[in-house]
Design a protein around this ligand. Structure first.
Ligand code: FE
Length: 304
C-alpha cells in the first residue's frame, strides 16, 4: 500500500467547497474598534491603539450613513470578470465622490483625542484643498513613501477605506474573478494588510488575506507564501511567551513575511487591530532580515 502526501491546498480542498471571497460585514469597523480598545489595555502602545479605536468608530458612523460612490456598470463588472480583473481597482475607478469630506470629518472627530502637536498634524486634512487631499490619496494608494505625509496617512487611509468598503459590500462574490496572483485582492488588486484564520461555518480553519483598502478577504492556503507562491521552507515566528494569536509566516525564497491572525486562538482577533498591536513582532522579523509584505496604513513610513 502506498501513502500519498497531500500538499497544502489539497487538504483544504478535500473538505468541500470553500468560500473564495468574503465581502466585508456591515459592522466591520465597530468590531475593529472594540478589538483595539481591548488590546489597548495595559499595552505599551495603549494611547495609540485607543486613537485607532476612535478612528474606527468614526469610520463605522460614516459607513452607516451610506457614503457616496457608485459601482462600475454591470457591463464593466462582466468585463472585469471575464478578463480576471479586480472590479474596484483604484486605477480604473474614479475616486468615490465625497471621500474628501469623509477625510475632513474623520480628522475633526479624532482631533480632540490628540495632543496639541497631534491636532496640528491633522489640521492639513481639515483645511486641505481638494487637490492636496487627492494627492495624498494617490501617494497612499501607490505606497509612495517618498512623498507620503505619515502623520495624515491613517486618516486619509481610513476615509478611502470607508468608501471602498461600502462599494465592496455591494458586489456579488460570484461575479468577482480570482486574480492570477494570490497576493492581490480580487476586488481592488493590491496588497493585503495581513491574513486571518477564520472560525465558524464553511470558513472554519481557512486562511484569508485581508485587503487594506476595501476590506474584502480572499482565501489563500496556509503554509504557502502569498508573496511568491513558494511552499518550501515556510516557517512561522511568534513572540516568546505570547498567546500565539499572531504569528509571522516567513518565506525563504522571497525573504518576506505576512502575519497570520488566529481567530481559532481568540475569536475577536482582527486582521488590522491585531496586526497593529503586534508591532514588536515586526521589529523582530526585521532583525532576522525578513521584509514585511503586508501594508498597514498605521505603520507607513514617510516624511511628516
Ligand atoms: Fe515568498
Amino acid at each position: 500500500m502506498t501513502t500519498t502526501l497531500l500538499q497544502p491546498g489539497q487538504i483544504e480542498a478535500a473538505a468541500g467547497s470553500i468560500p473564495e471571497l468574503r465581502l466585508p460585514p456591515a459592522d466591520l469597523f465597530l468590531m475593529r474598534a472594540r478589538r483595539l480598545e481591548q488590546l489597548a489595555e495595559g499595552h505599551a502602545m495603549g494611547a495609540y491603539l485607543r486613537f485607532a479605536a476612535q478612528l474606527a468608530r468614526a469610520q463605522q458612523e460614516r459607513l452607516n450613513a451610506g457614503p457616496a460612490g457608485e459601482l462600475p456598470s454591470p457591463e464593466r463588472l462582466a468585463q472585469c470578470f471575464e478578463y480576471l480583473m479586480p472590479p474596484l481597482a483604484p486605477a480604473g475607478l474614479a475616486r468615490p465622490a465625497g471621500w474628501r469630506d469623509t477625510a475632513r470629518q474623520l480628522a475633526k472627530t479624532v482631533q480632540p483625542l490628540l495632543t496639541a502637536a497631534g491636532q496640528a498634524a491633522l489640521q492639513p486634512v481639515v483645511e486641505g484643498a481638494d487637490a492636496w487631499l487627492d494627492e495624498q490619496a494617490t501617494w497612499l494608494l501607490d505606497i509612495d513613501t517618498q512623498h507620503l505625509n505619515a502623520a495624515v496617512t491613517p486618516v486619509i487611509g481610513a476615509a478611502l477605506q470607508v468608501h471602498w468598503t461600502h462599494l465592496a459590500r455591494q458586489l456579488d462574490p460570484a461575479l468577482v474573478a480570482r486574480p492570477e496572483h494570490p497576493n492581490l485582492c480580487p476586488v481592488r488588486g493590491a496588497h493585503p494588510v495581513s491574513s486571518v484564520v477564520r472560525i465558524g461555518g464553511a470558513e472554519n480553519g481557512l486562511r484569508y488575506l485581508h485587503c487594506t483598502l476595501c476590506s474584502a478577504e480572499w482565501h489563500v492556503v496556509r503554509a504557502k507564501c502569498s508573496n511568491c507562491d513558494n511552499t518550501r521552507g515556510i516557517a512561522h515566528y511568534h513572540l516568546e511567551g505570547g498567546n500565539r494569536v499572531v504569528d509571522a509566516e516567513s518565506c525563504p525564497e522571497c525573504q518576506s513575511y505576512l502575519k497570520v491572525i488566529h481567530q481559532d486562538k481568540d475569536p475577536l482577533a482582527d486582521p488590522v487591530a491585531d496586526d497593529l498591536a503586534s508591532l514588536t513582532l515586526d521589529l523582530l522579523m526585521d532583525e532576522v532580515d525578513f521584509v514585511r509584505s503586508g501594508v498597514n496604513w498605521y505603520l507607513m513610513q514617510g516624511h511628516s
